[in-house]
Ligand binder design. Structure first.
Ligand code: SF4
Length: 372
């Protein structure tokens, strides 16, 4: 079996950090004058030297986005199924060490949440749960996908990494995609933030996108969580290598990325590195320039102001009105939530702003599952 792990082993964190840190103005200018971009062109684009070029980067990124996707943006909503978790991650409210009320939604509760989401016109759903195989494992996910499949245009999932066989089972039931963030590609930082549980297995997680791609899963989402390692620029470089590898070998799947920043949560840590709004936009532009066909997603972790500004530049998928706790759309109780969102507007309020900025909203594109 091919493996990104072999490539990961050859990339030296400190060497890449050094290469990014010594980039100068002329390296950025030379890269921006190119017509065709190769993997290592992302190095100057991620560097501090590229910061003064943010306006130019944004314009290139916006042009590429419009050429590939038109002036459209797809709305989705996360549906938190369960906050039970058998892991201890230093940055998450669901962590097993936290004494919070735990809940897993039953079928009735799932349907109520879905109806609430559908009333907001959202037809693309992301099923999310803490990582607890006994409480929310393959049997539970199968039951839920069967229950709600016909209600939604697409169903994606963000849960614990599963085996290839289990992904095939879910795909056959109508699952369209899976999001699996490595969070940090620095194994030392990874182990410092994943203290107990199966999530400690760095390589099982690293190989997950490949297991998914081997099932020909329609959509695969990758990403990093800025604040776990001490250098987000290097994490972005590894993410680019990962995408590049997958696109080359497993070209039948569509890929998306997210660059997340840590948000406050119960007993959460302070970030090891800070990424400003401008730096986040710079990093997303770098990905758009290198991978014009890859979708970029944005969550309610970010502020209204930031989301309204960057969405028309390069965002393909945006969540709105999100609740990050099981049962949140019906009860709105925040004591069960994974992290605190920053944008509390309803989907319609967000859509109104984006329409004024010239975007067409995709509430529903097509039913992926038809014909299966
Ligand atoms: S990040 Fe995921 S695995 Fe870690 S505690 Fe939170 S829900 Fe559990």
């Amino acid at each position: 079996m091919q493996s990104f792990q072999k490539i990961w082993e050859t990339i030296q964190w400190n060497k890449i950090a050094h290469e990014i840190s010594i980039c100068k103005d002329y390296n950025v200018q030379k890269t921006l004058s190119k017509k065709i971009f190769y993997l290592n062109d992302i190095i100057p684009l991620l560097s501090k030297a590229a910061e003064p070029y943010l306006e130019e980067l944004s314009q290139i990124a916006q042009n590429l986005t419009h050429i590939r996707f038109g002036k459209t943006i797809r709305f989705f909503a996360p549906l938190y199924l369960s906050n039970f978790c058998a892991n201890d991650c230093t940055y998450c409210g669901f962590s097993m060490k936290n004494k919070i009320r735990r809940k897993v939604l039953n079928e009735n509760e799932v349907l109520q949440e879905c109806n609430n989401i559908l009333q907001n016109n959202i037809s693309h759903i992301l099923l999310v749960s803490g990582e607890h195989e006994k409480i929310a494992g393959i049997d539970y996910f199968s039951k839920i996908i069967l229950l709600i499949r016909k209600k939604f245009s697409s169903i994606l999932m963000e849960v614990q990494p599963l085996s290839e066989q289990n992904y095939s089972v879910l795909k056959n039931l109508g699952l369209d995609g899976v999001i699996i963030y490595q969070e940090t590609y620095n194994i030392k930082s990874y182990s410092q933030h994943h203290i107990r549980g199966k999530k400690q297995n760095f390589f099982w997680r690293l190989q997950t996108p490949e297991r998914l791609a081997q099932t020909n899963m329609e959509k695969i989402g990758l990403g990093i969580l800025v604040g776990l390692s001490n250098n987000w620029r290097v994490d972005c470089y590894f993410l680019a290598c990962h995408i590049y590898y997958l696109r080359t070998i497993y070209w039948k799947s569509n890929y998306s990325i997210s660059i997340l920043r840590l948000r406050p949560c119960l007993n959460g840590i302070q970030p090891c590195s800070i990424m400003t709004d401008r730096e986040l936009l710079q990093a997303m532009c770098a990905f758009r320039i290198l991978f014009p066909e890859i979708e970029i997603s944005l969550s309610t972790r970010e502020s209204e102001k930031f989301r309204d500004h960057v969405a028309p530049i390069l965002i393909n998928n945006i969540s709105a009105g999100s609740k990050t706790q099981p049962g949140g759309y019906v009860t709105s109780k925040t004591e069960l939530e994974q992290f605190s969102p920053q944008d509390h507007r309803s989907p319609k309020e967000v859509a109104d702003v984006l329409i004024k900025k010239g975007l067409s909203i995709i509430w529903k594109d097509w039913d992926y599952y038809l014909g299966r």
